[in-house]
Design a protein around this ligand. Structure first.
Ligand SMILES: *Cc1c(COP(=O)(O)O)cnc(C)c1O
Length: 376
């Protein structure tokens, strides 16, 4: 069986974990945490980066930082992972779902615009497959209406909109280091705070609502309860694991992008014949090799292809079920939507195995099976 994902490690994870143990400080905000954070701040020019235990946690921090309250409306894509919505529902927000674009699964700026009103407090975007949303238009909308802009950049590490790194547009942005992402620490994530004004408060929320971070820097003489917060910071053991990955970031990225491009080239004949759809990367966006998907013409064709691959020992998967169609949302929130593009992508996307250690022979085999399916 060719697995869908196999977490890649670099050899130095255990070495750094051992080093963390020897340093004798295993809680959060220790040596490796600081090393990882400053790596990201320098490389991508983020104003401030804070490691978190997951991207989900980073999104929840965004909800707190934006002071979302009951009555506030938050616009999010329907075609995304549940955490994008939960983070704001947990604060009592009313969620408003926007449809995907026609040519990418990303949120459509025109659909955001239609949903903005006097109750709107924030726009949340998710860069699907690490491909940038239309950030010029979306940033302009947020500015014009004085809204928080929040990026779910879970899939978007090392990816750009023109020359600007994803995760540097939003007031707050969230990344994931879950084992299925490009850089991993098992579970893990990061919040970036790009508006200086919110840095201090972010550190407090991160440290259970205390000003311990400022205390450790010697800025205050005792630490105390200062705000709402929770335990959002990971152990330094997790950060030590992640640091090993960061040292290999360029290698990991090159490898993943090469695998992505090989799929694209090999499958292009099927795309040219319109048997399948291939991913579209707009002029302004980069491809960070996070995930490779094809689109089929119908849901039943997609499901048959997925089964065919499964029968031939290849694990391919689909996602996301549009959030507006979930039983949970429909049963609890009295809102009706017709979001044809989100539904189209949900019905037709098939993700192929893509991981660092995927072999060329395996990729050739997967491609062959897809050709066979369409030749039948
Ligand atoms: C992976 C992912 C998440 C969740 O990340 P965790 O680190 O597992 O919490 C959230 N949003 C999107 C779009 C994702 O792909």
């Amino acid at each position: 069986m060719i697995r869908f994902n196999l977490p890649h490690t670099t050899n130095n994870e255990l070495k750094y974990i051992e080093q963390a143990i020897k340093l004798g400080r295993l809680s959060g905000n220790q040596y490796f945490t600081k090393e990882c954070q400053s790596f990201f701040e320098k490389r991508y020019d983020f104003n401030k980066a804070l490691l978190t235990t997951s991207c989900t946690d980073a999104l929840e921090m965004s909800g707190l930082l934006a002071s979302i309250e009951p009555g506030d409306e938050v616009i999010i894509p329907s075609f995304t992972f549940v955490s994008t919505a939960n983070a704001f529902l947990l604060r009592g927000a009313t969620i408003k779902f926007a449809d995907s674009s026609q040519d990418t699964p990303n949120i459509a700026p025109g659909e955001i615009k239609k949903l903005i009103n006097s109750r709107t407090k924030a726009i949340v975007v998710m860069h699907y497959a690490g491909v940038a949303c239309a950030m010029d238009q979306i940033t302009a909308l947020a500015k014009e209406h004085n809204l928080f802009l929040i990026e779910d950049a879970a899939q978007a590490i090392d990816s750009y909109y023109n020359d600007k790194p994803l995760g540097s547009f939003g007031h707050f942005s969230s990344f994931s280091f879950h084992e299925t992402k490009n850089l991993i620490s098992g579970e893990g994530g990061m919040l970036t705070i790009n508006d200086e004004e919110y840095t201090k408060r972010a550190e407090i929320i991160w440290e259970k609502g205390t000003n311990r971070t400022a205390f450790f820097r010697g800025e205050v003489d005792k630490y105390e309860w200062a705000d709402l917060g929770s335990s959002f910071l990971p152990s330094d053991i997790i950060a030590a694991f992640l640091f090993a990955q960061l040292e290999q970031l360029d290698d990991i990225q090159q490898k993943r992008v090469a695998i992505w491009e090989y799929y694209y080239e090999q499958l292009k004949p099927l795309g040219d014949k319109n048997d399948i759809g291939l991913p579209y990367v707009p002029e302004y966006a980069t491809n960070n090799g996070h995930l490779f998907y094809i689109t089929c013409k119908t849901k039943s064709e997609r499901d048959q292809l997925m089964q065919y691959l499964q029968n031939n020992g290849v694990k391919a998967i689909f996602h996301y079920l549009p959030l507006h169609l979930s039983d949970f949302f429909q049963e609890n929130y009295n809102q009706n939507y017709y979001l044809p593009n989100a539904e189209k992508y949900s019905n037709t996307i098939l993700r192929l195995p893509l991981f660092y250690d995927l072999k060329k022979e395996e990729q050739n085999y997967i491609v062959d099976k897809i050709f066979q399916f369409y030749r039948r």
